[in-house]
Structure formats: C-alpha cells, structure tokens
Design a binder for this molecule. Structure first.
Ligand code: SAH
Ligand code: SF4
Length: 387
C-alpha cells in the first residue's frame, strides 16, 4: 500500500470515479477529469471549463497542477531535442524527443527509437495515403539517478537519488507531446532514460496504464518499450500484468557471466541463465521480438568470440539486436571500440542469422543520448554546456 496519496495526475479513470462518486459528483465527471489531464494535457483545474466551480476548487485542493517544469530545451542538428525538467522537489531529470530520420540508411542512425522501428513496416502500407508525418519517439526517465551501478552509464555512476512517481513519468510524455512541432506525431515511447524502470515497478506499471489508456494519450502498448538491465522477477511481473503486450528491451551487454558482472553488478544477483529463462517465459505475442541492447565497450565485451557466444546464447529466442558503441562519459575511462571492431562484431551476428543493427547515439552535439544523462555532477562538461 502507498503511504502517500496518489497524485491526481497518476490516477486512472476508475480511481477518479471512486473518489468523485464519494463526493457526490455525477458519474461522467471522472472521465472528464481524466480526459482534461491525459487527453488534452491540461493540468490547471481553473482551465477545466466544463467542470463545476466546486469541483475545480476540489481538484486544486487535491494538488492537481504541473508536476514538472521545462527548464531548458537543447536542440541538436539532427532535430533531437533534449528537455531538462525540474521536479517539484528541485531534482532534475531529462527526456529526449527523437524525430524519425527519413531517407536511406536511416536505421543506422537510430537508437532509442529503434526498439519500435520494426513495427513501422507493418503500418507503412495502411498509412501510405495519409499526409506525411514526422514520427517522434520519446525517451523517458523513471528515476533520478539509478541504483544499478553500471560503470559505463552516467546514471549508474551517479547512484539513485529517488524514484519518480507515475505522475512524473507520464508527465514527461504530456510535456513532450505538448512540445511537438508542426507535422510531428508522438509515435513511440521508450523507457530508456535515466533509471531502471523495473526497480521502480509500481510507478512504471501505473505510468504504462496511464499512457496507453484509451481516454488519455492512448499510445498503443506495442509502441511502448520498457528497457531493463535484467530484474528477473519484475520481467515476469511485467509480462503477467500486461499480457506480454508491452515491448521489452534487455540491456545484455555480454554473453558470459564474468564479463556481464564486471559491467553490470545486477548480473551477480540475476545471472544470465536466470535472465534468459525469464526472456523465454515472457508472454510475447506472435511475430513480436524482444530487443537486445548491447553497448559495445572497448576491451570489455567487444571480442568477436563474445559475439559468437552471444549468437549461441540467444539461439531460438525471437530477438533483434541493437549494437550501441558506448558513448564516453566523464566519470569513466571506458569508451567505444574502433569502428572496424564494431563492424566485425555485427558481422558475426548477421552471419549467424540475427537481425542486428548498429545504433549511433543521436543528438550527441547536445549530449542528448538516452541512458547517458547529465546529472548530479556525473558529467560536468555537459553541465557547463547547459549553463
Ligand atoms: N536502466 C535501463 C534503461 C535505461 S538505460 C537499462 O539499463 O536498460 C538505456 C540504455 O542505455 C541501456 O541499454 C544502457 O545500457 C544504455 N547506456 C547507458 N549508458 C550508456 C553509454 N554511456 N553509452 C551507450 N549506451 C549506454
Ligand atoms: Fe541504471 Fe540502466 Fe544505467 Fe545500468 S545502464 S546504471 S541499469 S540506467
């Protein structure tokens, strides 16, 4: 049970129904309130013009209002926008908007948005007649910092400051949607920003329900991807709670326990055999695949022999593999392998029959790469750039 009352932005329509019915409000007001917040993105009760004044006052008294404030927007040359957001307690997080890159070879430039890219083909024919839209993928954070301690990750080096509430997770998308530009459409959401979503399971699951609710933003479940470093019990829980409908991305980064434990401390708790068993048990719908993220770190996990082990490890699983050359961070001397080494690693996996792409981090000129976020002094160079 939660000890603190649920923030109004985190409430689902049925929860509004219960609380508003108890106040003697008419039954349809619950849907109206939810729609104001999640469909229209209006968080100021005073602006909810079709609600009675006493109800608007009640909502204000309940604390309904903005949950995060955009502090800065950094635009990269490739159209990527990184939003620095301030939370009510003063902490800052980031979210990134990644417009789709059109043209040949565009796949090679995507990373966070790549998790959902496969789906695009399914829809292309159906939407061929529609006006051209720029599809935007939003990358969102679930924690301030992260407790998982991966050595190549700025959030991991920073450590966990606190979990985000569901209102702060969904709030990033409300804000991202409001900041879309002419011709853009919010298409995919990836939980690949700061934090480990499954370590903050309750709020993550609630935010998934909020974002996919038909009366709200109404994102399709298959266009929402949760990325995890491999919290085995919570992978099972996510699969059971959402019937496997939420797209899953696994940060694998190694194919043997020794290498993986050195990069990702979580592997000591949930080693590869456990993780692979959880992936096999995930109730994935037919024709869908799990995304395997593999951050290539020079001298750590980039040996062709490791690629061969990876090919063997994943045999029989419906996966697509994204290789991500590590983005250097100030707090670590680790770095990406040379390009030829990346290509050789990819070649082993392609030869073994896997769908395997190299995902370049986008928006690097403003350090907008997801999962590698600037906070808490972990990346002082970028902090200067922000100031
Ligand atoms: N905690 C979750 C989701 C956030 S991290 C997870 O680990 O999956 C999102 C992705 O960014 C992960 O695959 C992570 O390994 C990757 N990442 C983190 N720091 C990185 C860096 N410096 N360079 C490249 N990828 C990085
Ligand atoms: Fe946390 Fe993911 Fe970074 Fe690891 S890679 S420290 S799990 S955010």
């Amino acid at each position: 049970m939660r000890s603190t009352p649920l923030h109004p932005v985190a409430r689902l329509p049925e929860e509004w129904s219960a609380s508003l019915a108890a106040r003697g409000e008419r039954s349809f007001t619950a849907k109206q309130v939810f729609q104001w917040i999640h469909r229209r993105g209006v968080l100021d009760p005073a602006a909810m013009t079709n609600l009675p004044a006493r109800l608007r006052e009640h909502l204000a008294a309940e604390g309904l209002g903005e949950v995060l404030t955009p502090e800065r927007v950094h635009r990269s040359e490739d159209g990527t926008r990184k939003l620095l957001l301030r939370l009510r307690d003063g902490a800052t997080i980031e979210t990134v908007l990644l417009p789709s890159v059109s043209g040949p070879g565009s796949h090679a430039q995507l990373d966070a948005d790549a998790a959902a890219a496969d789906d695009e083909d399914d829809d292309a024919a159906a939407e061929a007649d529609a006006a051209p839209r720029v599809r935007v993928t939003q990358c969102i954070s679930t924690q301030v910092g992260c407790a998982m301690g991966c050595g190549f990750c700025a959030s991991g080096v920073a450590g966990l400051k606190r979990h985000l509430g569901a209102e702060e997770i969904a709030g990033q998308v409300l804000l991202g949607r409001a900041m879309l530009e002419e011709g853009e459409e919010l298409r995919n959401v990836v939980y690949m920003g700061m934090g480990e979503p499954l370590h903050n399971y309750e709020a993550t699951a609630r935010s998934l329900r909020l974002l996919t609710h038909p009366e709200g933003i109404n994102l399709s479940t298959r266009r929402v991807t949760v990325s995890t470093s491999g919290l085995v019990p919570e992978i099972a829980r996510l699969g059971a709670d959402f019937g496997g409908q939420i797209a899953l991305a696994i940060s694998l980064h190694a194919a043997d326990d020794e290498t993986r434990s050195a990069l990702m401390p979580i592997n000591r708790k949930h080693p590869l055999d456990e993780l692979l068993a959880a992936l096999r048990a995930y109730p994935l719908p037919r024709r869908r695949r799990i995304t395997i993220e593999y951050t290539l770190v020079a001298g750590q996990n980039d040996d062709p022999a490791e690629a061969r082990r990876l090919a063997k490890l994943l045999r029989g699983l419906p996966v697509k593999i994204n290789l991500i050359p590590m983005n250097p961070i100030e707090a670590s001397s680790l770095g990406p392998p040379a390009q030829e080494r990346v290509a050789a690693f990819q070649e082993v996996l392609t030869q073994a029959g896997y769908s395997c792409f190299v995902r370049r981090r986008r928006g690097d000129d403003v350090s907008a790469a997801c999962g590698q976020l600037v906070l808490l002094g972990a990346k002082p160079k970028v902090r200067r750039a922000l100031g």
